[in-house]
Every structure is written in structure tokens, then in C-alpha cells.
Design a protein around this ligand. Structure first.
Ligand SMILES: Nc1ncnc2c1ncn2[C@@H]1O[C@H](COP(=O)(O)OP(=O)(O)OP(=O)(O)O)[C@@H](O)[C@H]1O
Length: 312
């Protein structure tokens, strides 16, 4: 029998549904949707990212934290254009990181993102002054719109180091100059891998203050991978990664009396999955399944059976 002309077929219905559905993270500056990265070494597969979702708004300063091996560096390598994910969507400032050509990748790394490494010595050339270090990437990119080195160093609180070489600066001063170098070609995003890993707490605080100032004044978006336990007091949002997925978020906000409050949340993914903290499930002996109950203003989660019941 002929299909009536006004009856849409299945593929058309699917296309219509896709059109009507809001696109995940449409307006985010950084978008990771179901990101997967599998490494293969000698026939063994390691799943470093397993369906990671992350949205970062333009001008946000976020930290990524997580145990060793949770996938932080893998994520940063993807966002910086050094590594290509196995599957999923990764988009930064409108650039699709999975479909870039080699030429796009070069342009992306030169113009869209700025990078700061943990090792202070890796960020700066030892025989150049701070000002010359900031000027170098602008010259290499033949960028006529590069930032003014003196203004950048002033903004980051290290204007007084402009004519010093790295050996004449403290570790914290060097990292703040490194932020200026990363910002020299006016990137839209700053990525930093453990930028305070080699610093004491006072210098760390100054580096975070410089990153906050750069984010606020220049409107860049910053993502910092760190082990610093006090980081959640220093950034807008701290995203915890566990087993290659985002698992928790800590938001920093100012209370009405001016105090800074850091509140921790679990991440609910797009299909409603939630990772319960291991110490919570462990404390109540929750294993394979839990009982859920919808209350008026919350959802209760109970162990499968009360503790001790199966030993009686
Ligand atoms: N090039 C690679 N080849 C094979 N496996 C890798 C490679 N890079 C990372 N991995 C594995 O992927 C997983 C995630 O590693 P990743 O370096 O992203 O973790 P991390 O959270 O940054 O750890 P750390 O805090 O120790 O730096 C780990 O199991 C790691 O062994």
C-alpha cells in the first residue's frame, strides 16, 4: 500500500526531533560531550576518558581536580589540541577539535589557546628578560595585534620584573610572567597544567590572583589542572574527575556577609546518572543497587537492605 503523502517516514521524524531538541552546550565556550579517549599500548587498551561531559562559560575560571590517573592531563591535552579524542565532541571557542586539519591545529594552538606548564623553566627562555619572553610569541606569530608586554606584566602584578631574566625572579614571579607569555597573542582560552605545583602557598595564591585578574580584565576563559587542595577557594568552580568522567563540582560564592563559601555538588549527567562519593556508599555498605524514594523536595537513597540484616 502507498504511504499517504502527508505521513512523514521514520528518518524524517528523527530529523525533526533532532532539530527541535536543544543542542547540549550550544552557547558554551568550551564543550566536551561524551568525550572518550582510549590509549592502545601493546594490545592493551586504557580508557582514559570514558564519556566525559564538561561545559565552561566564556570568562569562567575553573579548576580540574582528581586522583592520579583520573584523566586530567588527557583532557588538557585534548583541549590544547595536542591530542585527538577517540570519540565524542570537543569544541573550544567554536573550533571543533575532532575535525581540525593539521593547518587548523597549528592556527588553533597559536591563536586560540595559551598554555602554562608546571615546570617554571619550561615556560620561559632563560636568556631573555620577562619583557622579551612575552614579546617572542607575538614575533613568531607575526601578530600585529599582540598584547603590549609592559601592560600585560603590569596587569599580572610583575611589571617590576620586566627587565629581569628568569634566574632573577622567584618561582611565583616566573609563573606570573608565564601567564603573560600565554596571553601575549590574545588567546580566548588559557590552559594550565599544575601551574602552582612547584610553589609555596603564598606564591600559589599570587598566581591564582593573577589568573583571576586576567580572566576578569581580558575576558579569557581559564582551565587549570591542579592538585592544590585549597584551589576551590581560588576559582569560580572546581570540577572533580573520577575514572575519566566528571563526578563533582564545587562552586565558590560570596555570602551576604562577604564570606566566601565553597559548596560541593555531585554531577548529574544528561541521562540522569549520578556518581555517589565512594566514602558515602562505603559508610552505608551500598554496593550493586540502592533503593530510591522521591520525596517532596529531595530524593532518598537507601542501601539495598538495612545493614546487618543478612548476617542475622
Ligand atoms: N600515552 C599514553 N598511553 C597509554 N596510557 C596512557 C597514556 N597517557 C595516559 N594514559 C593512561 O590514561 C589514564 C589517565 O591518565 P592521565 O595522565 O590523563 O591522568 P591524570 O589524572 O592527569 O594523572 P596525574 O595526576 O598523575 O597526572 C591513566 O590510566 C594513564 O595510565
Amino acid at each position: 500500500m502507498d504511504t499517504p503523502l502527508d505521513t512523514p517516514d521514520l528518518s524524517e521524524l528523527e530529523a525533526r526531533a533532532a532539530q527541535q531538541r536543544p543542542v547540549f552546550g550550544e552557547h558554551a565556550h568550551i564543550l566536551c560531550d561524551n568525550l572518550v579517549r582510549i590509549y592502545k599500548t601493546e594490545g592493551v587498551e586504557v580508557v582514559a576518558l570514558q564519556g566525559l561531559d564538561l561545559l565552561v562559560e566564556k570568562g569562567e575560571l575553573i579548576a580540574i581536580v582528581g586522583a592520579s590517573g583520573s584523566g586530567k592531563s588527557t583532557l588538557l591535552n585534548v583541549l590544547s589540541g595536542l591530542d585527538v579524542p577517540t570519540a565524542g565532541v570537543a569544541r573550544v571557542a567554536g573550533t571543533d577539535l575532532l575535525s581540525m586539519t593539521a593547518k587548523d591545529r597549528l592556527r588553533y594552538r597559536r591563536e586560540v589557546v595559551g598554555f602554562i606548564w608546571q615546570q617554571t623553566a619550561r615556560n620561559l627562555l632563560p636568556y631573555l628578560t620577562a619583557r622579551e619572553n612575552v614579546r617572542l610569541p607575538v614575533r613568531l606569530a607575526r601578530n600585529r595585534d599582540g598584547a603590549d608586554p609592559g601592560e600585560l606584566l603590569d596587569l599580572l602584578g610583575v611589571g617590576y620584573c620586566a627587565d629581569r631574566r628568569p634566574s632573577e625572579m622567584s618561582g611565583g614571579e616566573q609563573q606570573r610572567v608565564a601567564i603573560a607569555v600565554a596571553l601575549a597573542n590574545t588567546p580566548q582560552v588559557i590552559l594550565a597544567d599544575e601551574p602552582t605545583g612547584e610553589l609555596d602557598s603564598e606564591n600559589s595564591e599570587q598566581v591564582f590572583a593573577a589568573l583571576r585578574r586576567a580572566t576578569r580584565e581580558l575576558g579569557v576563559t581559564s582551565v587549570i589542572v591542579t592538585h592544590d587542595p585549597l584551589v576551590s577557594e581560588q576559582v569560580d568552580r572546581t570540577v572533580g574527575i573520577r575514572d575519566g568522567r566528571t563526578s563533582s563540582e564545587t562552586l565558590r560564592r560570596e555570602a551576604s556577609d562577604g564570606r566566601l563559601i565553597a559548596e560541593e555538588y555531585a554531577v548529574l549527567d544528561r541521562v540522569g546518572r549520578l556518581q555517589l562519593p565512594r566514602d558515602f556508599t562505603g559508610a552505608l555498605g551500598m554496593e550493586r543497587r540502592v533503593r530510591l524514594e522521591l520525596e517532596r523536595d529531595h530524593i532518598g537513597v537507601w542501601p539495598d537492605r538495612p545493614r546487618g540484616e543478612d548476617t542475622e
